[in-house]
Design a protein. Structure first.
Lengths: 321, 445
């Protein structure tokens, strides 16, 4: 059919709708997480010294390197620029004890990526949080080194190198809240400063990378479950605020439990997941042999995510309530 | 969120760049008649119209050239005066070639009108008959014959007419211009529709990003107690029928049901104007109002064009396409159709032509699904887009059916949002078609 203008000589895209896309991309979200971890990294340097940067650096280099190597060996597209291996490296470094050996760090990093992620097919297919898989492996392989803590830099006499949770578990000693909020306590590199973690975590929620449901469910769950024990016997059991700020709970809340890949996709599922982690943390801390339970709590809940998703599909619009 | 003073809306949805500023302040311009028009026999949902002219027939603008065929169908009028040069298969903006009557326009443009009717005296039957004869179809995109929507089955109790003034698709400003430039005609159109379906309550739902239109409409209805203006949150897809009904009445249309089933009739702004013109002026649907916009067109415009005008003529009239254009879309950017043949003509329900540049399309690399759940959060119908897309790609159609794939209205909200840039709605569209084919098979078995 003749028209006044011939068809254009330039190329036109012919994809089906929608024809516009949000600015979201996997890469952008991942780099937002990296930015959000900077305050925790700074707190690690302030409280435990410059050497800690080496641990984190080693962890990142070996995570990225392992992913690169595996993708090359499997002749797949190299995806290290998406930033996810950098996050795993940062997180693993931040949950190791201060002054941890660099060679062990490297082993943990290789394990985290190789077994925690690439064995499942890489980003998007893993069941467990890779950084926690690496940490769990190191816990089994180097049980003494991984529970050897360092006194923080601004330690006054009353501050010991033991973590507040270990002090509670083994010596029935409670640490006061103020140093726990700032980070002037014993613990893993990036987990001691509630303040630094909250800055990063709130940033992630504000920019929309992290949905508020999982963190809120975990915090409310912690207050609820820890509160029940505390009400029963305030002498024997720690108060909810202590539980909230102690150990890796907040770091886990904002940076590990909220990992897109290993948490539920349904709104109701996110609540169940968060509450489940909080309950397990309280149970492990109070009844378990270990002083801390965040790592295992998240890993256990990771494993039931597919079931949670399946049973929490939302009611379709217009269907009977 | 309950504490915030928020406007009525639905759950989920997205806020794409509105881009209305490109054309919202430009008044409608009437484009001169093209040298020839291509008038497809099917411009509506339903059966194609039957041509009653032959090659060589002389026709006048407004004359019927193809008759309605069956209950769900619509007659077609000649948009210009001239001579039928051929009846042939031609490209259409839907992407599928269809039979069309091609008319060479003559210099004279005598228009045959129907006798005007007094909007205060016309009966409900009279309005329906006029709307049917005028060939009016829904302007919202689906192009459903309007008279059918004005004839609710007797067992359905309809109590509200809602005019869709959301125009939630980015870029498009046609309805906005109508609301501002033809406010009173719009209200008359609404009152005629209310009379036709016999209801007392009329509402115009409008998003809060159109303050000027809101003020004008509120002024126009201040002495009409049974018509109200409902200001809604600006959010895509607020203008989808189900979402609009939910926002205005709080009722949810169940899967597979129609607005009738919850007592509502929804009409587009353009449809209400067309109803007004058909009754008050006796004018059949000969023109389409559309927005030509996007960063890739030299002069964005709001235009009134003859139906059958080829896209190429309109793009030329708007100063031509810029070199950095990558996509030409008919309709809005969320649900419109990308074009490959600019000989395709404007049809009754065409609401916009967008020329988009690389920057606007904002395409990026596809990565595996990260199960972030954003698609679940934004889906206005509470589906699990990532799961439905995956089931479709694996051809597990039965499971997709159980999870409600046929409920999807293909608004594209999931694909828009997906950080992994996955073609979610595209897979769902494929799966939905296959599931519907399976359902038809089952029914006939």
């Amino acid at each position: 059919m003749e028209t006044t203008t011939a068809n254009p000589s330039y190329k036109l895209e012919l994809t089906s709708s929608p024809h516009v896309h949000s600015r979201w991309s996997t890469k952008q979200a991942m780099w937002f997480v990296v930015i959000a971890l900077i305050p925790a990294l700074i707190s690690a340097v302030i409280f435990f010294g410059h050497y800690q940067l080496l641990i984190v650096f080693t962890s990142v280099v070996f995570c990225v390197g392992t992913e690169y190597l595996i993708k090359k060996l499997r002749k797949r597209k190299v995806t290290v620029m998406d930033g996810s291996a950098v996050i795993t490296g940062l997180l693993l470094g931040l949950i190791l004890p201060p002054n941890f050996s660099l060679s062990s760090t490297a082993i943990g990093a290789v394990f985290a990526i190789a077994v925690g992620k690439e064995i499942f097919g890489g980003l998007g297919y893993n069941i467990f949080n890779p950084a926690l898989v690496g940490r769990a492996f190191l816990q089994a392989a180097f049980p003494v080194a991984i529970t050897t803590w360092t006194k923080p830099n601004f330690a006054v006499d009353t501050v010991t190198s033991a973590t507040p949770l270990a002090a509670y578990k083994f010596d029935k000693m409670f640490t006061s809240i103020q140093p726990m909020f700032l980070g002037n306590i014993g613990g893993s590199l990036g987990e001691t400063s509630a303040l630094a973690i909250l800055i990063g975590g709130i940033f992630l929620i504000a920019v929309g990378v992290v949905n508020y449901r999982v963190p809120l469910a975990m915090i409310l769950g912690m207050i609820l479950f820890a509160g029940i024990f505390w009400v029963i016997d305030p002498v024997k059991y720690p108060n909810p605020l202590f539980q909230l700020f102690a150990g890796g709970f907040l770091l886990g809340t904002f940076f590990m439990a909220t990992d897109w890949v290993t948490s539920p996709i349904t709104p109701k599922g996110m609540w169940i997941f968060g509450l489940g982690i909080a309950l397990l943390v309280v149970v492990i801390r109070i009844f378990g042999g270990l002083p801390e339970g965040v790592m295992y709590a998240i890993l256990i809940m990771n494993s039931v995510v597919p079931i949670i998703n399946r049973y929490t599909y939302p009611r379709i619009f217009g269907e009977a309530k | 969120m309950i504490l915030m003073n928020h406007k009525k809306t639905f759950k989920g949805g997205i806020h794409p760049d509105e881009q209305k500023q490109l054309s919202e302040n430009l008044s409608f311009e009437v484009m001169p008649n093209p040298k020839h028009v291509i008038v497809p026999l099917i411009q509506h949902l339903g059966k194609p119209a039957k041509p009653i002219v032959k090659k060589g027939s002389e026709v006048k603008a407004g004359e019927i050239i193809a008759e309605q065929d069956g209950f769900i169908s619509s007659p077609i009028h000649s948009p210009v005066s001239g001579k039928v040069s051929k009846i042939t298969v031609g490209a259409t903006v839907t992407g599928f070639p269809k039979d069309a009557i091609v008319i060479e326009a003559s210099e004279t443009n005598e228009t045959v009108l129907m006798p005007p009717l007094d909007p205060e005296k016309v009966t409900s039957e009279g309005i329906r008959e006029r709307v049917k004869l005028a060939g009016i179809v829904g302007q919202g995109g689906a192009a459903f014959p309007t008279y059918v929507k004005l004839s609710p089955p007797p067992d359905k109790k309809v109590d509200i007419v809602i005019i869709n003034g959301c125009e939630c698709e980015p870029y498009l400003t046609r309805d906005y211009r109508y609301m501002i430039e033809r406010t009173d005609d719009l209200i008359t159109g609404l009152r005629l529709i209310m009379k036709a379906v016999g209801v007392e309550k009329g509402v115009i739902g409008i998003e809060d990003n159109k303050p000027e239109a809101i003020n004008k409409l509120k002024e126009a209805v201040k002495n009409l107690p049974n018509i109200s203006i409902e200001v809604l949150e600006t959010k895509y897809p607020q203008g989808a029928e189900k979402m609009l009904i939910k926002a205005v009445t709080g009722k949810e249309v169940p899967p597979g049901k129609l607005p009738f089933d919850v007592g509502a009739v929804i009409q587009n702004i353009g449809t209400a104007i067309a109803v007004n013109d058909a009754v008050v002026k006796g004018e059949p649907q000969l023109t389409a109002a559309l927005t030509v916009s996007g960063l890739g067109i030299n002069q964005p415009k709001n235009l009134i064009v003859r139906i059958g005008t080829p896209l190429a003529d309109i793009l030329d009239y708007c100063g031509g396409v810029k070199e950095n254009a990558v996509k030409v879309v008919v309709g809005g950017p969320m649900m419109g159709v990308a074009q490959y043949d600019f000989s395709a003509p404007v049809m009754k329900a065409t609401s916009g032509i967008l020329v988009l540049t690389e920057d606007e399309v904002n395409d990026h690399e596809e990565t595996p699904c990260l199960r972030c759940g954003k698609c679940v959060d934004v889906c206005p119908l509470n589906l699990i887009p990532t799961k439905l897309a995956r089931l479709s790609s694996l051809e597990k159609f039965e499971e997709a059916e159980q999870l409600g794939i046929t409920v999807c209205m293909e608004c594209g909200t999931c694909t828009y949002t997906c950080p992994a840039n996955l073609p979610l709605v595209q897979w769902i569209r494929f799966g939905k078609q296959r599931v519907m084919a399976l359902q038809r098979e089952r029914q006939s078995a």
